[in-house]
Design a protein around this ligand. Structure first.
Ligand code: AMP
Ligand code: GLY
Length: 430
């Protein structure tokens, strides 16, 4: 099969490397891709959000299957447009992608179907938000833009002044554009966070191995929120008992709710969960693989990813094996100094040969790299994700950090405590 992956970050690189293990995958392309992905796939410089150009290209190249990995093309209906052109694709259609693209949609869905989540109210009028926040008088309070905002539309406000500033930023200054026409005001929850990605074919759901993201820029979960500075899998807080509960109280009810709403979910459904003292609750849904969760989840997948993806499209997931290894994986992100704020690009990356580490079985996933005059250089905030798998988490972390330490570029920034909390949780259980 000739396959196209839409997107151009570390997640897409991980999907490509997993798909290439399938005997049915004979040719693989990526649009737009990036410098490092070009060692593994043929890259084509079409923006991921240009639905029309992407569909025309897919028709022209006669792809057998397209994997839409990024949220915004899914929200724009790329899967619908490909289907209309006769090309099957992995991912939800536009109606089902609302589960991520509109927080108002997902919160109302959870309320209607009794799926545990933080209590909330929806507002369209900025004045009414502050009346409500003041009358409620409980802090912190969480204020979220309704639509997609590159993961930056969630503001945790410690007092009235911060809430006022958040409302101004989202609803009046329109920092996230039309995504801020409505806001969700939400109760602040506490507890360990768990990411669970799952395959879904509209009626059957099969969860992947759980993972833990590290969203803050600096050690000790300090600094600004980022797209994710590292991940580990499995997540030690996600015990068999918690998994059982999530399946019954969250995963299956969500699949059923989407069916009943007339928008069955096909593709990868991502559950961002918080294990609160009152049980697991949904913090957010994503309609796609997580980044950098994918970089630790897919290396542990033992079954054929292409077969599973096709099964989600064809409604055959119940008959398709989804098996993970019993081991662990860790991913350390190497970022450009300054990220998530301003950073420099074009720094030469040394230590890699054809994008990988010679003599190491760690995998280097490329997020923001480019090839310039035959040299590999930095081209984004998150540059590389270095993943290692091993029999257990301590071994995976040691391998990932050893590999990360042999890669260099000017102003490289990474966290040195990825997995520390997971290790502490494992120790506490002994
Ligand atoms: P999101 O962009 O929706 O993943 O939110 C970013 C982060 O904000 C989450 O990973 C949580 O750590 C935090 N967060 C979101 N909603 C809540 C909430 N209701 N209570 C506490 N923390 C939250
Ligand atoms: N790592 C969080 C996300 O992909 O949304």
């Amino acid at each position: 099969m000739k396959i196209l992956v839409v997107g151009g970050g570390g997640r897409e690189h991980a999907i490509i490397r997993a798909l290439k293990k399938s005997p049915d995958c004979t040719e693989i392309w990526c649009a737009p891709g990036n410098g490092g992905i070009s060692y593994d796939a043929t890259c084509k410089a079409i923006p991921a959000t240009d639905v029309e150009a992407m569909v025309a290209f897919a028709k022209q190249e006669a792809f057998d299957y397209v994997v839409v990995a990024q949220d915004d093309p899914l929200a724009l209906g790329m899967v619908d447009a490909l289907a209309a052109a006769g090309i099957p694709a992995f991912g939800p259609d536009k109606a089902a992608a609302r589960i991520e693209a509109s927080k108002v949609f997902s919160k109302n869905l959870m309320k209607q179907y009794g799926i545990p989540t933080a209590d909330y109210e929806v507002f369209e009028d900025p004045a009414k938000v502050m009346d409500y926040v003041r009358a409620r008088g409980k802090y912190p309070v969480v204020i979220k833009a309704d639509g997609l905002a590159l993961g930056k539309g969630v503001l945790i406000c410690q007092d009235e002044a911060e809430a006022d500033a958040a409302v101004k930023e989202i609803m009046l200054d329109k920092k996230f554009g039309a995504s801020g026409n409505r806001v969700v005001v939400e109760e602040f929850l506490t507890g360990p966070e768990v990411s669970v990605l799952s395959f879904c074919d509209g009626k059957t759901l099969k969860p992947m191995v759980s993972s833990m993201d590290h969203k803050r820029a600096l050690d000790g979960d300090q600094g600004l929120n980022t797209g994710g500075m590292g991940t580990v899998a499995p997540n030690p807080y996600y015990t068999a008992e918690v998994a059982d509960r999530c399946m019954k109280e969250i995963f299956l009810p969500t699949v059923e709710a989407m069916q009943k709403e007339g928008c069955p979910f096909k593709g990868c459904l991502y559950f961002g969960l918080m294990l609160t003292p009152d049980g697991p609750k949904v913090i957010e849904y994503n309609c796609r693989f997580g980044d950098p969760e994918t970089q630790v989840v897919l290396p542990l997948l033992e079954s054929d990813l292409l077969k599973i993806m096709l099964a989600t499209t064809n409604g055959a997931l119940d008959k398709t094996e989804v098996r993970f290894s019993a081991g662990a994986a860790a991913c350390v992100i190497l970022a450009s100094g300054g990220y998530p704020l301003a950073y420099e690009k074009g720094k030469e990356i040394t230590g890699l040969v054809n994008g990988q580490l010679p003599g190491s079985d760690a995998i280097v996933y490329h997020a923001g790299t480019a090839v310039q005059d035959g040299r590999l250089v930095t081209a984004g905030g998150r540059v590389l994700g270095v993943t290692a798998t091993a029999a257990d988490l301590p071994a995976a972390l040691e391998k990932a950090y050893a590999a990360a330490d042999s890669i260099h570029f000017d102003k490289l920034h990474r966290r040195s405590d990825i997995g520390a909390r997971a290790l502490a949780a494992l120790k506490a259980r002994e």
